[in-house]
Write a protein that binds this ligand. Structure first.
Ligand code: BG6
Length: 460
């Protein structure tokens, strides 16, 4: 391979996954129930093909084989998450010894294979009992989460030195409180803003604990989506500004700058959606900013001034929001339906360089979901050239950003092997490895071999 795009020494090549989506063994090893187990028990038909969270890629039993495969295709880092409900069934109380053994084994195996574990504390999997107490609406749940984080640091912090508090904290807000795709599936904008705010308080409290007691790095993983306006007219520009404030800056600013944008506070005040705060919150956020940022990027948001009332995505979304804009000619992933716009990664990185102190960051998720991917099977292997093109297109722009001084340290694909994805279950496949869910057989796709070369050459 002739290398035209060389990445800096020590660049992180790898992938990301989450506990609930890969471990399986929901009723084994003493794991407590999460909201997903409960939701599936009560409304199985909401899940694609009726497939629930117990049907995953069985990482709980097959982690050794999987980590060996990671090594084989050139991973030097891997982001996993710990299941709060596995470590502390019920969310509070005794630590589950079997879970400690499992996570110790996984972490030790990764390290033995030369793969740095990046560990995330919360990837959408709230212990059911904690949700019954109100989830992130309730500050007591924040206390329980901080205790859980302390246990994680004490148990694994001798070997794990790169931590994340949350993955895409806006998604449970959107899904659970606005758009009806996560439990508790209530639609209430005021609650949504409260939950978003409390999540950031939980985040800052955990950052505080970590910084006081440990020397490693702690960050947050945000799905940053550039908000491109339909036109330069003031109404469209205002729409894209509102979109950016809500979907990016409501997490990015407090995480990196330690404060909320004034414009956002004003908007919420004006519309009666200001969350309830407590004394000391402002200082807590100010004092506990992150060391690094994971950036998940799949597609941009294109927006225009509000035209349709009510909002087609959720009738409870405020009328002063914005509308999504289906830009003519935008390039779509024909197998999943999301826009493909590779330059988005560059725009995000330049924004971080210019407006967020060039904070250390990396692409913590990027990937191409494909439905019915078996159709690309040839001689026993999925020939996913479309995924290679997708990754390459994004890496080119990332490379460009690095050339221009962005502090970008790595690229992780979503995801290592096909896995269960919430309500979409196994609808969209993203992995470097295909997984047959009946036999649990793993087969490397063409992109896996390509990635092995990229990692070996530190470029392509
Ligand atoms: C990411 C999430 O945003 O999207 C993952 O962090 C999720 O948890 C992934 O699996 C893909 O989503 P989908 O709906 O295409 O399967």
């Amino acid at each position: 391979m002739t290398v035209t795009h060389k990445f800096p020494e020590g660049f992180w090549w790898g992938s990301a996954a989450s506990a609930m989506q890969t471990e399986g063994a929901g009723f084994e090893g003493g794991r407590g129930k999460t909201t997903w187990d409960h939701w599936y028990e009560t409304e199985p038909n909401r899940f694609f093909d009726g497939v629930g969270p117990e049907t995953t890629s069985d990482f709980y039993h097959r982690y050794k084989e999987d980590i060996k495969n990671m090594k084989k295709i050139g991973h030097n880092s891997f982001r996993m998450s710990i299941s709060w409900a596995r470590l502390i069934p019920g969310g509070e109380g005794e630590v589950n010894a079997e879970a400690v053994t499992f996570y110790n084994n996984v972490i030790d195996e990764l390290i033995a294979q030369g793969i740095e574990p990046f560990v995330n504390l919360f990837h959408f999997d709230m212990p059911l009992e904690m949700q019954e107490k109100g989830g992130w609406e309730n500050r007591e749940v924040i206390d329980a989460y901080v205790t859980y984080a302390k246990h994680c640091f004490a148990l694994f912090g001798d070997r794990v030195t790169t931590w994340f508090t949350f993955n895409e904290p806006i998604v449970p807000v959107e899904g659970g409180y606005l758009y009806d795709f996560h439990y508790p599936n209530i639609v209430d904008a005021k609650k949504a803003f409260q939950v978003a705010y409390n999540t950031m308080i939980a985040h800052a409290r955990v950052v505080e604990v970590y910084h006081k007691n440990y020397d490693g790095k702690i960050g947050i993983v945000l799905n940053l989506t550039p908000s491109y306006p339909r036109s330069q007219n003031p109404a469209d520009l205002k729409a894209s500004h509102i979109c950016d404030l809500f979907f990016n800056r409501s997490f990015l600013d407090p995480a990196v700058k330690g404060e909320y944008p004034e414009d956002l506070i004003e908007l919420l005040k004006e519309h009666g959606h200001l969350p309830t705060t407590q004394e000391g919150d402002r200082q807590l956020l100010k004092d506990n900013t992150v060391d690094l940022l994971g950036v998940n990027y799949y597609q941009p948001r294109r927006v225009k001034a509000k035209e349709q009332l009510p909002n087609p995505y959720s009738p409870f979304m405020p009328d002063w929001f914005f509308d999504n804009y289906e830009m003519p000619g935008r390039r779509m992933n024909p197998y999943r339906g999301w826009e493909i716009y590779e330059k988005g990664v560059y725009d995000i990185m330049i924004n971080l360089r210019d407006n967020y102190g060039n904070i250390e960051s990396f692409i913590s998720e990027n990937g191409m979901g494909v439905q019915n991917e078996e159709r690309f099977l040839k001689d026993g292997r999925i020939e996913d050239d479309y995924r290679i093109d997708f990754i390459k297109g994004h890496l080119k722009w990332l490379h460009q950003a690095i050339q221009e001084g962005c502090n970008t340290k790595g690229y992780h694909l979503w995801t290592f092997m096909d896995n269960w994805s919430w309500m979409n279950a196994y609808k969209n496949r993203y992995g470097f490895y295909a997984v047959n869910i009946d036999t649990q057989e793993r087969t490397a796709k063409k992109s896996a071999s390509w990635f092995e070369e990229v990692s070996k050459n530190n470029g392509f």
